[in-house]
Design a protein around this ligand. Structure first.
Ligand code: IPM
Ligand code: MG
Length: 355
């Protein structure tokens, strides 16, 4: 029995997660697997119900599961709460930290039929297949924060901290992943300015000796942003610190046509967390128009990585490909001549291909 914690969260999370759960259930039926789904509150929804965005029960459930499927958290309604109670800082970041998920894998693949859904020229993105490894539990998002009143207003501080150990473990992981791909690793930093980045670069260079089969290069983050849109196919595996990875992966998502297409897996601890890289999109929540495919593809990633079900994962990915090939699109990837469908209908189309 595989135990899956299901955390829909806020906004469109509540619409897309059920779609992915149905997809896993269809796979279970087809292959006679047993999954146990247990749902818990997280984010604003949890705050409204319990007074905290990450209730103890939710954390316990996650720790006690084999894998976690998360939708998204946050929304305007909770933006004015004290920072430690906000869904992002009070729930998502501590959940990653508590589960020891120090690396976030964000594969960026362009479905052939979506090559011209990107705002970039199709030849720039067609067949793109790269992997961004984002450090997830250190850096600026976890350093000490302060807001002090001074005469002219405030003095506000965020702290960017990394230890050698935190840097090494994520870079090693990226080298390992590169070994099984095209053996090219780009380490992204801002070593011309930041101390943390200078150490990051030193460590990447030192660790490269242990991976002679992988070709390592370094790139400044500002240049990397430009290279992502100029010629993304130069990249295989990219490894970078938390905030750079956050920003670069939104950028990378657009290469695939829509941020609604990008799954992710956060690893490092006993339990792996799977989530789409997009947010809760309050502006389109509750309208049945959100793209559920990033979450469906996150479910495929779960089957492959957590449960060693490569064939089953492939069945989901092929189902998504077929549905796209037949011209079905959610609003975010809609183009002339295609058939626009909503969240639920997209889910049903994928399900039909699986059964
Ligand atoms: C992401 C999101 C989160 C992050 C936010 C919601 C805290 O943008 O998963 O990329 O920055 O990690
Ligand atoms: Mg982000």
């Amino acid at each position: 029995m595989h135990k899956i914690a299901v955390l829909p969260g806020d906004g469109i999370g509540k619409e897309i997660v059920p779609v992915a759960v149905e997809v896993i259930k269809a796979i279970a039926k087809k292959y006679s697997h047993e999954f146990e789904f247990k749902e818990a509150l997280i984010g604003g929804a949890a705050y409204d119900e319990t007074g905290h965005p990450l209730p103890d029960e939710t954390l316990e459930l996650c720790k006690d599961s084999d894998a976690v499927l998360l939708g998204a958290v946050g929304g305007e309604k909770w933006d004015s709460l004290p920072v430690h109670l906000r869904p992002e800082v009070g729930a998502l970041l501590p959940l990653r930290k508590e589960l020891g998920l120090y690396a976030n894998l964000r594969p960026v693949r362009v479905f052939p039929v979506l090559a011209d859904a990107s705002t970039l020229k199709p030849e720039v993105v067609a067949d793109l297949d790269m992997l961004v490894v984002r450090e997830l539990t250190g850096g600026l998002y976890f350093g000490e924060k302060k807001k002090e009143e001074i005469e002219s207003g405030y003095r506000v501080i965020d702290t960017l901290v990394y230890t050698t150990q935190e840097i090494d473990r994520v870079i090693r992981l990226a080298f390992e992943l590169a070994k099984n791909r095209k053996k090219k690793l780009t380490s992204v930093d801002k070593a011309n300015v930041l101390e943390t980045s200078r150490h990051w670069r030193e460590r990447a260079t030192a660790l490269a000796d242990e991976y002679p089969e992988v070709e390592l290069n370094h790139m400044y983050v500002d240049n990397c942003a430009m290279q992502f849109v100029r010629w993304p196919k130069q990249f295989d595996v990219v490894v970078t610190e938390n905030m750079f990875g956050d920003i670069l992966t939104d950028l990378a998502a657009q290469l695939t046509g829509s941020i609604g297409m990008l799954p992710s897996a956060s690893i490092g601890g006993k339990v792996i967390l799977y989530e789409p890289i997009h947010g809760s999109a309050p502006d389109i929540a509750g309208k049945d128009i959100a793209n559920p495919l990033a979450t469906v593809l996150s479910a495929a990633l779960m089957l492959r990585v957590s449960f060693n079900m490569g064939e089953e994962a492939q069945v989901i990915e092929s189902a998504v490909t077929e549905v796209l090939n037949e011209g079905y699109r959610t609003a975010d990837i809609m183009q002339d001549g295609m058939k626009q469908v909503g969240t639920k209908e997209m889910g049903e189309l994928v399900l039909k291909k699986i059964l």
